[in-house]
Design a protein around this ligand. Structure first.
Ligand SMILES: [Zn+2]
Length: 429
C-alpha cells in the first residue's frame, strides 16, 4: 500500500536534503520526495501527518548482540529486533559470539530464516574469523559469505596473534569481506574489569589501560595497510585510538571506525558504587577521551555510531563488580542519548548525526539503506526531536535491562519505524 509522510522535516544527508517535504512510499520502496504530494494522494493510500517530526533513512546498527542461538534468556531475534525498531533502527548487524557461534553456513542460514519469520528489522549476520572463535583455525569464509554473512569478526575474542590476523585479513580481502576488530591486548587486561585510573584505584579494582586498546588499533591499522584488507574498528573508546585511526586514514589505510553513545556520554565515574550496569569492554574512560571521541566524530575520523547492544540477565549483572559480565543494552537509547549529547548541545548537526547512524553504517559494509533516494528500500525512521522522556528500563522491548542510562532525561524520541514499506513500530505523537 502507498504511504505518504506529509510535511516532515526530511533529513537525508545522502542526498543533501534537510527541509520540510512529503515522502511518498510505494511497494516497499521510496517513490518520491516532493514539496506537495497532493497528486499522489489518491485511492486508499495512508497519509501520516509528520508536522514537527524528523524523517530520516532508517538507522543501521553495525554492532549488536542478538544472543540467538544459545542465549535466548538474555535476548532473541524477536526481542532484539523489536528493541531495534523501537530505537529507530531498521537494520542490525549481529555478532558471532553465540552458541553455537556464527562459524558455519548452517548457523548463518538458520539465523536469517529466524529473522525472516519474525519479520521486524533487517538482520545482517557477521561471521566468525576463526572456527569456534578460538585463537586460530579459520572458518570457511567463502561459504559463510555465500550463506549471507556481511563481514567477519572475532569481536569479544580478539585475535592476539598478528600472524593469524594477517592470514585472516588476506583471506577476507580475497573475498571482499571487511574484517571488524575489537582491539584489546589481553596480556595488558588480565583480571581487569574497568578503566585503569583514579576511579579504579578508589574502587580497589584492577583496571584496563588505554594502551591495551591502542596497541591493537595501531597493529590492526598497519595490517590493513599491509594486506589491503578493509578493516572496521569496533567501539573506539580512547583519545589515542582516535589519533591512530586519523593517522591510518591519512596513510591511505582502508580503515573505518565506530564508537558507541556511552563512550562520549559517560566516564568511568559511572562505575562508582560498583554499578555493574556501567561495566563494559572496552571500559568507560575519562572526560578527555569523551572529548576526543566527539572531535573524531566531528572531523570524520570516526565514521559511525553503533550500540554494541549487549543484553545480560538481571541475575548475571547482580553479581559483584569484578564477576559481572561486560556489556550494556543500547538499541532503545542510542538515538536519544546521541541527540541529547551531540545535537541539543550544538556539537553536531542533526544531519551529521544521521550520517553517523544511517548513511555511513550502510557505506561501511555496503548494505542497502542509509538513503531515501527514489527506488531505495522504504526503510524509514520518524523522530520527535522535541520530545523529552525519561529512560525506564522496565519499559524496554529488549529482554534485558542492563542500561547505565536508567532515569536519564533525554531529548528526541523515535516514534515510528518502517522496514521495506511496512510499519514495524509506532507510538502516538
Ligand atoms: Zn560486541
Amino acid at each position: 500500500m502507498r504511504t505518504i509522510f506529509r510535511k516532515a522535516h526530511v533529513c537525508d544527508p545522502s542526498q543533501g536534503i534537510d527541509r520540510v517535504a512529503d515522502v511518498v512510499v510505494d511497494e516497499g520502496k521510496v517513490l518520491a520526495i516532493v514539496e506537495d504530494s497532493t497528486p499522489y494522494d489518491v485511492g486508499s493510500c495512508e497519509v501520516i501527518d509528520c508536522s514537527g517530526l524528523v524523517l530520516t533513512p532508517g538507522l543501521i546498527d553495525l554492532h549488536v548482540h542478538l544472543r540467538e542461538p544459545g542465549y535466548e534468556y538474555k535476548e532473541d531475534v524477536q526481542s532484539g529486533t523489536q528493541a531495534a525498531v523501537a530505537g529507530g533502527f531498521s537494520a542490525v548487524c549481529c555478532m558471532p559470539n553465540t552458541d553455537p557461534p556464527l562459524d558455519e553456513p548452517s548457523v548463518i542460514r538458520g539465523l536469517l530464516r529466524r529473522a525472516e519469520e519474525v519479520g521486524v528489522a533487517r538482520v545482517y549476520p557477521v561471521a566468525a574469523i576463526t572456527k569456534g572463535l578460538q585463537p586460530e583455525g579459520f572458518t570457511e569464509m567463502a561459504a559463510l559469505k555465500e550463506a549471507g554473512a556481511v563481514a567477519v569478526t572475532d569481536d569479544a575474542y580478539p585475535l592476539q596473534l598478528a600472524e593469524v590476523l594477517r592470514r585472516g585479513m588476506e583471506y577476507a580481502a580475497q573475498l571482499g569481506l571487511t574484517v571488524m576488530t575489537h582491539c584489546e591486548d589481553k596480556s595488558l587486561t588480565r583480571d581487569a574489569c574497568m578503566n585503569e585510573g583514579l576511579t579504579a584505584t578508589i574502587m580497589g579494582l584492577r583496571g584496563m589501560p588505554s594502551v591495551a586498546e591502542e596497541t591493537q588499533v595501531a597493529r590492526n591499522c598497519l595490517m590493513s595497510l599491509y594486506t589491503g584488507c578493509r578493516l572496521h574498528i569496533l567501539h573506539v573508546s580512547t583519545a589515542g585510538a582516535v589519533q591512530i585511526i586519523r593517522w591510518a586514514k591519512q596513510m591511505g589505510a582502508p580503515v573505518t571506525a565506530e564508537t558507541c553513545p556511552h563512550y562520549f556520554a559517560l566516564t568511568d565515574e559511572a562505575c562508582l558504587g560498583y554499578n555493574t550496569s556501567a561495566k563494559m569492554n572496552p571500559p568507560l574512560r575519562t572526560q578527555a577521551d569523551c572529548d576526543a571521541i566527539i572531535e573524531g566524530l566531528r572531523d570524520g575520523t570516526i565514521d559511525a555510531i553503533a550500540t554494541d547492544h549487549a543484553p545480560h540477565a538481571a541475575y548475571e549483572k547482580a553479581q559483584e563488580f569484578a564477576l559481572a559480565p561486560f556489556g550494556i543494552v543500547g538499541l532503545e537509547t542510542a538515538f536519544a542519548v546521541s541527540y541529547t549529547e551531540l545535537v541539543s548541545t550544538g556539537r553536531m548537526s542533526l544531519s551529521q548525526l544521521v550520517e553517523k547512524m544511517s548513511c555511513q553504517p550502510a557505506k561501511v559494509l555496503g548494505l542497502p539503506g542509509g538513503t531515501l533516494a527514489p527506488g531505495s528500500p522504504a526503510d524509514v525512521a520518524l523522530f520527535d526531536p522535541n520530545r523529552k522522556w525519561t529512560v525506564r528500563a522496565s519499559e524496554f522491548r529488549s529482554k534485558s535491562r542492563n542500561t547505565p542510562f536508567e532515569g536519564w532525561e533525554l531529548q528526541g524520541k523515535p516514534v515510528l519505524t518502517m522496514v521495506a514499506g511496512k510499519v514495524v513500530y509506532h507510538e502516538r505523537w
